[in-house]
Design a protein around this ligand. Structure first.
Ligand code: PA5
Length: 424
């Protein structure tokens, strides 16, 4: 399904050349011991979202109901309650004729005005997602959406325009959904926001988009099986040990994720949040950088090549020789473009990614390439779980808790206070 490599040389050779073999081995041993302890308890709950799990039917039912009644689905949620869904449904962006899915994850008055101008209240459904059920952005958007739908033409039962995902228990979002009489799906209590992509949070939008929830989860299960069977060779474990070693001994303070596929652009946003919010703690952490190839070769690559050597670069590639439109040979030659005559767009992109990685390596940068064999639900499910596992194993090596975010809570409290104090 997917594999990783570090160019022509093995990463053991690269580590030896840098004098980092002993440091890496020590981190790897610690990472493997931790991975085995996770495996012994059949992994963490975020990874245990089974392709035949009890939530499959409720997800399918909710998706069928939404699909039957609307043309536009507005998914309200922020951070982990939106980014996973965005990354997953990016694979469906060419599914014509399906429900259009909007994900206004950043509270923006202008975007909301625009959305309300464009959409038809009669054919709009709102999915409000918040694990805590207390997030100000999501609640503000929800109240605004309700007022907009109520003021327009709508179903006899207003609650039919809404679906909710939130944790059980008393919380504003749940109470709101109950009062509207709308369907409410339980957010799993043992899965954190940014780790929730494989739960109903990511998978309900996936089902609405026409993609296969089962395939996403099967891909994740495959990666989990490999992780359990042979943790020492798992991409997540080796990646975590390497990141930690490079951070401790080579001044690496940033991690770059650079896929060569537009459909994985949203994936880089998902990864950025996962990595930053899970690992930026106690004065520690490595900063995630997002880029997409080949377009960002024309924006950030100069810095990656010639700026400070402080990045661990991960390329995610899909070998695409022969894929995409083919360039007419005669036409290309007529303009002196012989090197692209008869080549496909996929040939070009694959060569660009290869050339960029080689140039980075020649400049002494550490470059990992994760190769997936296709842009599929299965592979994306595998990537999700692999990067989540890499994050928690890295957190273990750093000695931080991957699952909390104490620092951002302070700002949330102040926002509520300032809103209260506003003179209106
Ligand atoms: O990962 C996290 O925990 C956060 O990014 C949350 O997902 C985000 O703050 C939204 O929280 P909630 O789902 O409670 O609205």
């Amino acid at each position: 399904m997917f594999s990783y490599s570090f160019g022509d040389k093995s990463f053991e050779t690269l580590l030896e050349a840098e004098g980092l073999t002993a440091a890496f081995n020590a981190n790897l041993e610690k990472a493997v011991t931790y991975a085995k302890s996770l495996a012994a308890s059949s992994l963490l709950p975020f990874a245990r979202q089974a392709s035949d799990g009890p939530d499959m039917a409720p997800i399918a039912d909710a998706a069928a109901r939404i699909n039957a009644t609307c043309d536009d689905l507005v998914v309200l949620g922020t951070g982990g309650s939106s980014l996973g869904a965005q990354a997953a449904i990016a694979l469906a962006r060419f599914n014509k004729g399906k429900v259009r899915i909007h994900t206004p994850d950043s509270l923006c008055p202008f975007e909301m005005d625009l959305l309300f101008r464009e959409l038809d209240t009669r054919r709009t459904h709102v999915l409000a997602v918040s694990k805590s059920g207390t997030t100000a952005e999501t609640l503000a958007q929800l109240l605004a959406c309700r007022a907009w739908i109520e003021a327009g033409e709508h179903a006899a039962n207003l609650g039919d325009h809404f679906t909710f995902i939130t944790e059980p228990g008393k919380r504003p979002l749940r109470t709101y959904g109950e009062k509207l009489g709308s369907p409410i799906l339980d957010h799993p209590t043992d899965v954190g926001g940014r780790f929730s992509v494989l739960t109903n949070v990511g998978m309900l939008p996936v089902a609405v988009s026409g993609l296969s929830v089962k395939s996403f989860r099967e891909g994740a299960e495959e990666v989990c099986d490999d992780f359990i069977k042979n943790p020492g060779a798992a991409t997540a474990v080796v990646g975590a040990a390497l990141t930690q070693t490079l951070n401790e001994h080579k001044g690496i303070t940033q991690v770059l994720i650079m896929p060569y596929a537009e459909s994985l652009r949203a994936f880089t946003r998902w990864h950025g949040q996962l990595w930053a919010e899970s690992l930026g703690k106690d004065g520690l952490g490595t900063t995630p950088i997002r880029a997409v190839g080949p377009v960002d070769q024309h924006s950030q690559l100069q810095l990656f090549l010639d700026g400070p050597n402080d990045k661990f670069c991960t390329f995610v590639t899909i070998p695409s020789y022969g894929k995409g439109p083919r360039i007419d040979p005669a036409e290309a030659k007529a303009y002196g473009l012989d090197y692209m005559a008869g080549r496909t767009i996929g040939d070009t992109v694959t060569c660009q990614s290869r050339a960029t990685q080689e140039t980075l390596r020649a400049k002494g940068r550490t470059v990992r390439e994760i190769v997936i064999d296709a842009l599929s639900e299965k592979n994306l499910g595998g990537l999700f779980v692999s990067f989540m596992l890499e994050t928690v194993v890295t957190a273990h090596l750093m000695g931080v808790d991957a699952f909390d975010q104490p620092a951002v809570e302070e700002g949330k409290v102040l926002t509520r206070q300032y809103l209260n104090e506003l003179d209106i």
